[in-house]
Design a protein around this ligand. Structure first.
Ligand SMILES: Nc1ncnc2c1ncn2[C@@H]1O[C@H](COP(=O)(O)OP(=O)(O)OP(=O)(O)O)[C@@H](O)[C@H]1O
Length: 255
């Protein structure tokens, strides 16, 4: 697999008036095309900070992040971001929200319609095209936000606890949906979560993060993802490998 992102010895400090907070330390990892990378760790260990550095919202104090061999020096369209808060325009309809990027890129009306239909179909919201965003449920809004990001055709999708505010039933549905979208579009996804089950169900690669001199403490390659794709109802959570990994990660995080 081609290396898309190279994170080399990255450290980020926040400079407060009377203190300096070391948010992440010594992070080195490669993200390859078509990987579903989950960053898993407790609150405050620096997951969002790492995502913001990859997005280009902040520049690391130490080390560097390269995308396609080029240093990231600010945000750009090749990295799409989905947050827990959807940041949609509530008074605009779904279509207008989803097609904001293609419009700014001066695509033709025909292309815009094709993009809109394709991604609304993928997130199963075709019939809500003309609905105002404020009329939608939390899960539907998050699906609009995902369609909006996909519509910009990013090379990598950065997701920061995107399902954190959803009830467990909706969350399950969204997890199945994002796994299917990832496969269908050959996407590369960088997904931040503090939920072990979520990471173990979604990731093809999991990095475990903790506060300390070395932010990433362990990484795992996960090989049952393809089985899940074939049968989303399969009860991987009951399998020995799932339980073993979960116990191992829990004890790592409790150390
Ligand atoms: N803008 C900021 N200014 C100062 N300190 C910050 C800022 N953003 C984050 N921090 C601090 O950096 C550390 C890492 O925060 P970060 O939000 O990256 O962690 P996280 O693992 O994503 O947490 P959570 O899961 O709760 O979102 C924390 O101690 C946090 O208080």
């Amino acid at each position: 697999m081609e290396t898309l992102l190279k994170i080399k010895n990255v450290g980020v400090d926040y400079d407060l008036d009377d203190d300096i907070i070391g948010a992440i330390n010594n992070v080195s990892l490669d993200i390859h095309e078509n990987e579903f990378v989950c960053i898993l760790g407790p609150s405050g260990c620096g997951k969002s900070t790492l995502l913001k550095a990859i997005a280009g919202f902040l520049i690391p104090n130490e080390g560097e992040i390269l995308m396609n061999g080029k240093k990231i020096e600010g945000p750009d369209q090749s990295r799409g971001v989905v947050f827990q808060e959807t940041n949609l325009f509530p008074w605009f309809d779904v279509k207008k929200n989803v097609t904001m990027g293609p419009r700014l890129a001066h695509k033709s009306e025909e292309e815009i319609n094709l993009i809109c239909d394709k991604f609304l179909e993928q997130v199963e919201l075709e019939e809500y095209k003309d609905s105002k965003v404020f009329e939608l449920s939390g899960g539907q809004k998050q699906r609009v936000a995902i369609a909006r990001t996909l519509a910009n055709n990013p090379q990598v999708i950065l997701m920061d606890e995107p399902f954190g505010a959803l009830d467990s039933f909706t969350r399950k549905k969204m997890q199945t949906m994002i796994r299917t979208l990832w496969e269908k579009n050959n996407s590369t996804i960088f997904f931040v979560t503090h939920d072990i089950d979520e990471a173990l169900l979604l990731g093809t690669k999991i990095y475990v993060m903790r506060r300390g001199e070395q932010s990433i403490v362990k990484d795992y390659d996960i090989d049952y993802t393809n089985r899940l794709l074939l049968n989303p109802k399969e009860h991987v959570v009951d399998e020995k490998i799932f339980i073993k990994l979960k116990e191992e990660i829990l004890s790592l995080l409790e150390e």
